[in-house]
Ligand binder design. Sequence first.
Ligand SMILES: O=P(O)(O)OC[C@H]1O[C@H](OP(=O)(O)OP(=O)(O)O)[C@H](O)[C@@H]1O
Ligand code: HPA
Length: 181
Amino acid sequence: MSLVTVHDKTFCTYLTEKDIQARIVQMAEAINKDYQGKKPLFIGILNGAFMFASDLFKHLTIEAEITFIKLASYKGMKSTGNVVTSIGLDHDLYGRDVVIIEDIIDTGKTLHKFLPQLDHQQPASLKIAVLLHKPEALQHPLNIDYVGFSIPNKFVVGFGLDYNGLGRNLKEIYQLDGNNE
Ligand SMILES: O=P(O)(O)OC[C@H]1O[C@H](OP(=O)(O)OP(=O)(O)O)[C@H](O)[C@@H]1O
Ligand code: HPA
């Protein structure tokens, strides 16, 4: 187990690069199977999802498009509940098969606020692919179609996820060390 310090907090290894990459391949295989003969549009949610979206997309063998939007609501380790969109959607979703790509679903507030905006455009289908999910933290029921890992309710960094802007470049996923919460 290795430790990293990000700002004032210490985190320890939780998921190795190998674990993450192996799971992403499995998720891509499931998506390839489910969307055979279709041409889905993937929507990555920046910033956190950039790494997961990139690695997942590499393993897709179906015809697919990808776009990104930028939503943010976290300050430090807490959701403000105020989901701010700073880059909006540039695609028409009417009649499209849409897959949201998220790095993490924690309280569920981000997607709870954002999904109705997508639904409003009447996509043919709307699914969610998320690398990490904290079932104990979820405050809004969400149908999640592809989950990489269900994890305990502890703050995590790495592989796109940050603590106050830092830690996104770590290749592994680290969990807040119990002693400094
Ligand atoms: O389920 P929730 O409690 O809403 O948390 C999930 C959201 O929090 C993170 O975004 P954040 O607001 O930290 O912005 P970032 O992606 O730019 O880091 C993450 O990327 C998700 O979008
Ligand atoms: O545990 C987390 N880590 C980093 N960003 C997050 N956004 C929601 N939950 C988290």
